[in-house]
Design a protein around this ligand. Structure first.
Ligand SMILES: *Cc1c(COP(=O)(O)O)cnc(C)c1O
Length: 366
């Protein structure tokens, strides 16, 4: 049996008529850049999340960078980011003009916690980026609390967590601003690059709307220099169609995870993902830990099971951050996890037979 890591073709087949009609409508109306279809999606996504503003943009990395730019970072300003994330999170801090400060993560949630960020807060700290890694919500309340006392802004990198809930609230709407990526493989994915910033803050909304479109709100009113980071009409139309199916797909991911949990619980040498209390994990990734990860991974590959590693090198140990001279002892949890984590096939289209085949072979390969 072959089990792909994810199957975007199967998803397209299930909604082909709707998608093809949506793309065709954009072409018929030549509403290619921003415009009606991009705006309709912004409104639909804001409604889905229960947030005042959604600003569509070109990708999830730009979304983080523009949200940070809205608070006007000065060269010495520090922004705390998790040691375990995709590089986009830390990269955006640098391109927005700030300094990256890494914080270790919790060994069960893989997310930052108030305990891991507190020792990293200095006079220069301006913001914290909470990444809801793998679709699992960060425990936000204690972080919001400390941010309030220390006057820090909170951004939520929600690229992996569309639809995740924390105490009944949508992820991305809890901090000062949330950012999303609609990269094709994400839980809500476009058919190209796309992203969004969401916020209840009117100033952040206006600032981001301006800078994503050359500093203007109307045709020639360039009040500042911005950039071109617009959402295109075809992506907007596709995302609007796919948003209607999102809840069903998230429930699909959650049942795949539940089935893996049943089949893999009580297996010695295996650590399973844990859903944080009071939250809805949306399993962008189903990440386990095993001892000899690379060996297990290649044996699974021989048996037709594709897996991933998110991420093989924690951010502080990447070449890009050599100048910060971090050692493994600075981030013991992230450092230990990077050689042990393994992402199993995860998408709502996996069949019961495929899930069982993956579980059987994980056990056999340990
Ligand atoms: C995918 C991702 C991003 C970047 O999104 P792009 O749309 O690819 O720019 C940022 N942060 C995290 C955690 C991601 O997984």
């Amino acid at each position: 049996m072959k089990v792909p890591f994810l199957d975007l073709k199967a998803q397209y087949s299930s909604i082909k008529d709707e998608i093809d009609a949506a793309v065709s409508a954009v072409i018929q109306e030549t509403a290619f850049i921003s415009g009606k279809f991009a705006e309709q999606f912004e409104e639909a996504f804001a409604n889905y999340l229960g947030v005042d503003h959604c600003i569509g943009c070109a990708n999830g990395t730009d979304a983080i960078e523009m949200a940070l730019a809205a608070i006007g970072l000065q060269p010495d300003d520090e922004v705390i980011v998790p040691a375990n994330s995709f590089i986009a999170t830390s990269e955006a801090v640098t391109t927005a003009g700030g300094r990256v400060v890494f914080a270790d993560v919790d060994p069960t949630s893989y997310n930052i916690t108030v305990e891991t960020i507190t020792p990293k807060i200095t006079d220069k700290t301006k913001a914290v980026i909470a990444v809801h890694l793998y679709g699992n919500p960060v425990d936000m309340d204690p972080i919001i609390d400390i941010a309030g006392r220390q006057n820090l802004k909170i951004f939520e990198d929600s690229a992996q967590a569309h639809g995740a809930l924390y105490k009944g609230r949508h992820i991305g709407t809890i901090g000062d601003a949330g950012t999303f990526s609609f990269y094709p493989g994400k839980n809500l994915g476009a058919y190209g690059d796309a992203g969004a910033i969401v916020t209840n803050n009117a100033e952040i909304n206006v600032f981001c709307r301006r800078i994503k479109n050359h500093g203007r709100l109307d045709k020639f009113d360039h009040e500042l220099e911005g950039r071109n980071s617009r959402l295109d009409g075809i992506q907007g139309a596709i995302l609007e169609v796919k948003l209607k199916h999102l809840e069903k797909w998230l429930e699909g991911r959650r049942s795949v995870a539940e089935r893996y949990n049943e089949l893999l619980s009580d297996v010695a040498g295996l650590t399973l993902p844990v859903q944080t209390e009071d939250s809805r994990h949306v399993y962008h990734l189903y990440v386990i830990q095993v001892d000899n990860r690379d060996e297990v991974r290649s044996r699974l590959k021989e048996r037709g099971v594709s897996t991933g590693v998110h991420y093989p090198v924690a951010l502080p140990f990447l070449g890009a951050y050599q100048h910060l001279k971090h050692s493994p002892a600075d981030f013991p949890v992230a450092h230990r996890a990077m050689s042990r984590i393994l992402s199993l096939p995860m998408c709502p289209e996996l069949s019961q037979e495929q899930i069982e085949y993956v579980a059987e072979n994980v056990k056999a390969c340990l």
